[in-house]
Design a binder for this molecule. Structure first.
Ligand SMILES: Nc1ncnc2c1ncn2[C@@H]1O[C@H](COP(=O)(O)OP(=O)(O)OP(=O)(O)O)[C@@H](O)[C@H]1O
Length: 392
């Protein structure tokens, strides 16, 4: 499928602006972007439902907008965002609607294996127990699986999915995307609008970021899901790391982005130190941490939050090099923060004394208290009569 230079307007307002997108066989492309970016509009245009002001959508060489509706529906199946049904047909009949484009009024035998395909789609979407129930008597999540089954039964080379995991429990989110993944691994193509970035990054071969009707980025998930993209396209402050289980990008949205620009070194390791990182990153400080053990959970947390860490190898105590590196960070920092659990550890006291200011923060302090303590300590060093060391 190839979309080229799509301009689309709705109600006289430009919604898509010069959008191009290619999806190869065996590819699952995730369409991500903020609310109102134009994802649904793009999917509806790719499906042939909306005609662009300019640009083309080709599937296997044919312009989708030049095909009749049945022919277009044999190329592209759509799983829509809304699962509201205005009729109470049984689930099996709704799934069988996916076969409509394959049936011919003049040659009724054309869809000989249609019934078997419908049963297989019902089975794959785990709907067998609901097959005879009216679709209106299903939960929202179950109805979404009916729409997916209808698209599977349609048996098209291209499947477009608008928020296929919205409203699904965590188990069915994974099963749904596994199913879509299975389709593309069999050589089909799919485009899915997905709001959950880590989930999109985990399942999609490529992500296309749509922002304000334009393609902001297009590439492999690890290249596209970055804090810069999140800031520019979503206007969101977020830390991006690597999920230790899946190895794909993990996103931690930061709720209180701040503009404090000082260097703060968190002296120590373990849960107490890790708990201090996020509130300080959110406040906008340049946060470093350590010494932490190389490859430990503390180290991973620091990486996720983009905090440079001083590391020491596992086993055998803190190496001299790590102590020296931590000392350099302490000298450079406007303030050093020491979790109370680490304040008595011998080397930490000496390192902390190298800093312009030091603040001790209890491990269970609230984010606000942590930020206030650090802001106060930095404020003191800026004042002419700075005392240097302060405890909370
Ligand atoms: N019929 C319409 N007339 C005018 N504007 C419309 C119409 N339909 C949608 N829009 C506008 O087009 C823009 C894109 O909408 P669209 O539904 O494609 O966004 P989206 O990225 O899918 O959003 P969401 O993530 O919230 O589902 C929005 O600003 C929306 O208000």
């Amino acid at each position: 499928m190839r979309a080229n230079g799509l301009d689309v307007s709705l109600g006289g307002v430009g919604i898509l602006d010069d959008v191009s997108l290619a999806v190869e066989s065996g590819e699952l492309v995730g369409l991500v972007g903020p609310n109102g970016a134009g994802k649904t509009t793009l999917l509806r245009t790719l499906a042939g439902y909306l005609t662009p002001d300019s640009g083309t959508v080709r599937v296997d060489g044919d312009d989708i907008h030049a095909l009749g509706s049945k022919a277009a529906s044999r190329r592209v199946a759509v799983v829509p965002q809304s699962s509201a049904f205005s009729f109470d047909f049984p689930v099996r009949d709704v799934v069988a609607m996916g076969r409509h484009p394959h049936r011919s009024r003049v040659r009724p035998g054309d869809d000989a294996d249609g019934a078997a395909r419908v049963e297989r789609a019902i089975e794959r979407c785990e709907l067998a127990e609901f097959a005879d129930r009216p679709v209106t008597a299903l939960s929202g999540g179950e109805r979404r699986r009916v729409l997916l089954a209808r698209a599977l039964a349609q048996d098209t080379p291209v499947t477009l999915l608008d928020e296929p995991t919205a409203g699904l429990d965590v188990n069915h989110q994974i099963r749904t995307l596994d199913l879509v993944r299975g389709l593309v691994d069999d050589g089909r193509r799919a485009v899915a609008a997905i709001h959950d970035l880590p989930l999109a990054a985990r399942y999609c071969d490529r992500l296309v970021v749509l922002s304000d009707g334009r393609v902001h980025a297009d590439g492999p998930p690890e290249k596209v899901v970055t804090s810069d993209t999140l800031r520019d396209a979503f206007d969101a402050s977020a830390a991006v790391g690597t999920d230790p289980v899946t190895g794909t990008p993990a996103v931690t949205a930061l709720t209180h982005p701040g503009d404090a620009d000082a260097h703060v070194h968190v002296l120590g390791s373990g849960d107490a130190a890790v708990g201090l990182l996020e509130p300080l990153v959110e406040a906008g400080y340049r946060v470093t941490v350590g010494p932490v053990v190389d490859g430990s959970m503390d180290h991973e947390a620091a990486r996720r939050l983009d905090c440079p860490a001083v590391t020491t190898p596992p086993f055998g105590g803190v190496e001299d090099d790590a102590v020296e590196a931590a000392a350099a960070r302490c000298r450079d920092a406007e303030t050093v923060v020491v979790p109370t659990s680490a304040e008595d550890a011998g080397a930490n006291g000496r390192l902390a004394s190298l800093a312009a200011a030091c603040v001790t923060v209890p491990a269970d302090a609230s984010p606000t208290r942590i930020r206030t303590a650090v802001a106060d300590a930095i404020g003191d060093t800026a004042a002419p009569a700075a005392s240097g060391t302060k405890s909370e």
